[in-house]
Design a binder for this molecule. Structure first.
Ligand code: FO1
Length: 316
């Protein structure tokens, strides 16, 4: 049985870049991506799934590479008209992006599961990789600030991550059921590697790991788990990772992220700038150019992660 299937765990921007690289270096449908849904929320009556949409747009070639979210070549007529009506305008919804939220909301209201909707959308976007939510059940990331608990998008977008946070929780995770397709991917005998994409560990990867059964299923898969550091030289490539880590009392470093993942991972791909500081972590360290600026960077990093998995498997 050829071990040729790969499972990637991903959040938004950073994860989607690597997922694109993986999708380009792997044949057809060999790649399954499980996305964080903790960022999801209801806004203006719409069901919004940012990390799923970033993956759909990135792999579908529709992404806005400047922002990392929403679609390219957007128009903003809806937002302009909404502002005129005094509507909530802090969360920017482009006209093309709006169609995704409206159609998803309609289908959810008609009883279609989120996973089925996303699978239909990725087929329509011509994406060969499977893109799955971690669960079809509601899990919502919330952060604790001096003002009390905030919903993630309220903190992240409306308040631009200004409030200092002291805790983070994934409301609903304990009662969420792992998506069957996710479990199937983990028990697939032809699984070659599990890749933890370079997304923010707290807001993107840990919600996935918080779904009951995920951590044990990863362990039981007995497949190499390779993580790519989201921190390069002590600075989060994009987003508030470093600030959040500091406020949560965790050193904003590649090594601290590896310690956070602990024995879940077999090897850790880090930028050359961080290789030395990660040398004594008790796991295989793979130095690489972790900053993905070009499509070639994305493919090269994907190959490095896959090679690391093959090395771990060969040494097992
Ligand atoms: N992030 C922002 O900082 N500002 C926005 O106005 C914004 C709008 C938006 C619309 C659709 C969507 O799918 C994502 C959007 N994001 C926006 C990003 C969103 O907050 C994501 O949750 C983050 O990128 C973290 O994953």
């Amino acid at each position: 049985m050829a071990k040729d299937r790969v499972l990637a765990l991903s959040g938004g921007v950073g994860g989607a870049k690597l997922a694109l690289g993986l999708g380009r270096v792997l044949p057809g449908d060999a790649l399954t991506i499980v996305a964080n849904t903790g960022d999801d929320f209801q806004h203006l009556g719409l069901s919004i799934s940012p990390d799923l949409d970033t993956l759909l747009y990135t792999l579908g070639g529709l992404d806005n590479s400047a922002t990392g979210w929403g679609q390219r070549d957007e128009t903003w007529n809806f937002m302009t008209a909404l502002k005129k009506l005094g509507g909530e305008a802090w969360f920017q919804l482009g006209d093309r992006d709006l169609a995704t939220h409206v159609e998803r909301t309609r289908r959810l209201a008609a009883g279609e599961p989120l996973s089925s909707i996303i699978d239909n959308f990725r087929n329509r976007f011509g994406i060969a990789a499977r893109i799955l939510p971690m669960s079809d059940d509601k899990v919502r990331t919330r952060v604790k600030t001096v003002e009390g608990w905030l919903d993630f998008q309220d903190y992240f977008v409306r308040q631009q991550c200004r409030p200092a946070i002291s805790d983070i929780t994934f409301a609903g995770a304990a009662d969420a059921t792992m998506l069957p397709g996710f479990r199937d991917a983990l028990t697939d005998n032809s699984l070659r590697a599990i890749i933890v994409c370079p997304s923010n560990p707290f807001i993107s990867i840990e919600p996935i790991l918080a779904v009951p059964g995920v951590r044990s299923a990863i362990r039981e898969a007995e497949v190499p788990v390779i993580a790519i550091s989201p921190i390069i030289g002590g600075q989060a490539v994009k987003g508030p990772t470093a600030k959040m880590m500091k406020e949560l009392g965790i050193e904003a470093s590649a090594a601290a992220v590896a310690r956070r993942y602990g024995d879940l991972i077999d090897a850790y791909v880090v930028d050359h700038a961080d290789a030395e500081s990660c040398a004594n972590l008790g796991m295989t360290i793979v130095p690489a150019k972790a900053l993905m600026e070009t499509i070639e960077d994305r493919e090269a990093l994907a190959r490095i992660a896959l090679d690391a998995a093959d090395q771990v498997m060969a040494a097992a």
